[in-house]
Ligand binder design. Structure first.
Ligand code: CIR
Length: 415
């Protein structure tokens, strides 16, 4: 398991200084993925909406698709870290165990007796078993036998969740985000995902590999999700504000990035508050140093509020400007190219829903995309972008594409 090892060199043999991410398209050296596991088996037609899936995935096939995704990345020289490996390694530290158990035991749901029983059970099991319980959750019938009669246990249905499962761990993009050499643990908006950040927090705090990693953003409660954060260029962030990231979250993230010198400009970008456009990266991702693929329906009506430092510890919020203009100006380029997918409205809407705009750049002009978005991919190739196609028939039921399913930890600088 490579997760225990502090690497001194990259897979390509170059020395490995502290990891950092300054752009969306610098050659991808290290990425965090989560291979979907038993937590997906918790999804049923009764709970899938609440757990933010649009169906009930075939788990074995989802795993095969995910393995193929990881292989495509490894094939391009990217080191793939798996969240479950990191979690198990971190849970060897007792402080991490305490934090993980604390996040999972909900006294309001379980009552005092059952909560105590669950705490002592989780304290007694191995790091591997604890990691599984934290990711997969537990039903009432899986709880250990407790002393005395528990009304809570009697009155719950045996397959009700005593600890909620976390099927959206698959989307590692959202629960942490690297800016420069710092990692920000985000604040997820919806209850179904709330506990994911407790896991990323303890991984970055207690896994030996990340002990020296500084934090950005801090422990804020205003929601910011990683899918809304785009690193357009070194020093330039765009933050979508819509169904998930709130205005307060964007302001707080912007203040912290500007204060810490991680950015000189933050563009706060309003997006429609609906499921199809839950994050900025569902409508726009970078595919090259100066190019994005974008859902045509938003191309002309996305705008941004540029936020900059006032030079005195505060921030200045500038008037709203068309997004593409504001981005080009902040990036110091003449124009941010939009790859013209030239699609009719219906095809564009279908492929946007299936995450056609949610590509993961492995390097400038080289992206991973779902194969099903045939038309969008063809237009990307016409524009000179190399597309590495992966299958996502099952993975896609969670409504997230290659960018959503990946958290870059280290990208080489752009030349
Ligand atoms: N960055 C992203 O767009 N992530 C996709 C998250 C999908 C997940 N089922 C959710 O609704 O939060």
């Amino acid at each position: 398991m490579t997760a225990h090892i502090a690497r001194t060199e990259h897979l390509d043999g170059t020395p490995n200084p502290a990891p950092r991410v300054d752009s969306e398209v610098g050659p991808l050296r290290t990425v965090l993925l989560h291979r979907p596991g038993a937590e997906l088996k918790r999804l049923t037609p009764r709970n899938n909406d609440q757990l933010l899936f649009d169906g009930v995935p075939w788990v074995d096939r989802a795993q095969e698709e995910h393995d193929a995704f990881a292989e495509v990345l490894r094939g391009r020289g990217t080191e793939v870290l798996l969240l479950s490996d990191l979690l198990v390694a971190a849970l060897h530290d007792d402080r991490a165990r305490i934090a993980g158990i604390h996040s999972a035991v909900n006294e309001r749901r379980l009552g005092i007796d059952l909560a105590d029983a669950l705490r002592s059970h989780l304290t007694s099991i191995s790091p591997e078993q604890l990691a599984t319980a934290l990711m997969t959750g537990m039903t009432f019938e899986e709880l250990p036998a407790a002393e005395g009669a528990s009304l809570v246990r009697k009155m719950h249905h045996p397959i009700d969740f005593a600890v909620d499962p976390l099927p959206n761990l698959l989307f590692t993009r959202d629960s942490s985000v690297w800016v420069g050499d710092r990692v920000a643990i985000t604040s997820l908006a919806l209850p179904a995902r709330d506990r994911e950040t407790a896991l990323t927090d303890l991984i970055y705090a207690y896994h030996p590999r990340f002990r020296k990693t500084g934090r950005a953003y801090g422990a804020h409660s205003a929601p910011v999700e990683g899918g809304d954060v785009l690193l357009l260029a070194p020093g330039v962030l765009a933050i979508g504000v819509g169904e998930r990231t709130t205005p307060a979250g964007a302001e707080s993230f912007a203040r912290s990035a500007l204060r810490d010198g991680l950015a000189h400009t933050v563009l706060a970008v309003p997006i429609t508050q609906e499921r199809a456009t839950m994050h900025l990266d569902t409508v726009c991702t970078m595919v090259d140093r100066d190019a994005v693929v974008m859902y045509p329906a938003v191309r002309d009506n996305l705008f941004a509020y540029p936020v900059r430092s006032d030079g005195d510890g505060g921030v200045v919020v500038h008037d709203r400007t068309p997004f593409l203009d504001a981005a080009a100006e902040a990036m110091g380029i003449e124009k941010l190219r939009v790859i013209d997918t030239g699609l009719d409205a219906v095809t564009a809407e279908r492929e946007q829903w299936d995450d056609g705009n949610n590509t993961l750049a492995v390097g400038p002009g080289l992206v991973v995309a779902y194969e099903r978005n045939v038309e969008t991919n063809a237009r990307l190739e016409d524009a000179g972008v190399e597309v590495l196609r992966i299958s996502g028939s099952e993975l896609g039921s969670g409504r997230g594409g290659p960018r959503c399913m990946s958290c870059p930890i280290d990208r080489a600088a752009l030349k």
